[in-house]
Design a protein around this ligand. Structure first.
Ligand SMILES: [Fe+2]
Ligand SMILES: [Fe+2]
Length: 256
């Protein structure tokens, strides 16, 4: 049976598979910034608005960092096919702020703000888990110290992103039982949408990586089942509102 470590080694040593991995990361980060700058314009609280704009700037930075790693492989970032378009899929499953709301100039009310923050939280929780897994995989193979440094920097940022979204949701939930109920219901819906989108992208992405790395069909089959099980568990048990991992995670202006 193929261990996770030897599978990842095959990926990193295969130029096409490695390019697919780094390109997906670069494009995924650039896509995750979309809408954040516009969201910041819809938020009346000036401090929260600046935090969201800082979030936007940091996602752009992540895209640049992965873009440079891609350049080091001698290739440029290129668009992803629709079946790997994670942001498109989460929107299809109604996670986060819809485009029409950004086009509407009225400031966000509480329901809009909860929807936006839940979209951030569910997406960033996934980003944290992914960065953590990738760091372990790169370290296990023991190559590409520059990419490991980039992943660690981004992982630290993603933890702060999930933390400030969680902090803001807790602030709204603390207003009263009805507000808490509104936040928790929206959070469960958001995490469920995320699990559905993640299942589709992960299945497609892993199948392509495994094909490029020459992994036998029966292993690809069981890897797909493992993704289904993982995402189904997340869909069935979306959890509740937790506490931020980091306190005051997005000070504005950012400390030097
Ligand atoms: Fe990011
Ligand atoms: Fe992030």
């Amino acid at each position: 049976m193929l261990s996770r470590r030897s599978f990842f080694e095959k990926i990193l040593r295969n130029p096409e598979a490695r390019e697919l991995l780094m390109n997906s990361l670069a494009v995924g980060e650039a896509d995750s910034a979309i809408g954040l700058d516009r969201a910041s314009e819809h938020v009346e609280d000036p401090v929260l608005s600046r935090k969201i704009y800082r979030h936007y700037a940091e996602e752009k930075k992540h895209a640049r960092l992965f873009g440079r790693r891609l350049e080091a492989l001698g290739v440029e970032a290129k668009p992803l096919p629709p079946e790997l378009d994670y942001e498109g899929l989460v929107r299809r499953f109604e996670m986060g702020t819809p485009q029409e709301r950004y086009d509407d100039p009225r400031p966000f009310d509480q329901a809009d703000l909860i929807r936006f923050l839940v979209g951030c939280k569910a997406g960033e929780e996934r980003a944290c888990a992914e960065m953590h897994g990738l760091i372990q995989d790169f370290k296990a193979v023991g190559i590409d110290a520059e990419t490991i440094a980039v992943l660690e920097e981004i992982y630290g940022d993603e933890i702060r992103h999930v933390s400030y979204a969680t902090e803001e949701l807790n602030r709204i939930a603390a207003k009263g039982p009805a507000d808490r109920e509104e936040v928790v219901t929206a959070l469960r819906r958001g995490r469920r949408a995320e699990a559905r989108a993640h299942r589709i992208v992960s299945r497609t992405f892993l199948a392509r990586l495994m094909t490029l790395a020459g992994v036998p069909g029966w292993i690809r089959f069981f890897a797909g089942i493992a993704i289904d099980v993982q995402c189904t568990v997340r869909f069935l048990f979306p959890g509740g509102l937790d506490q931020p991992l980091v306190a005051d995670a997005m000070p504005v202006p950012p400390p030097r």
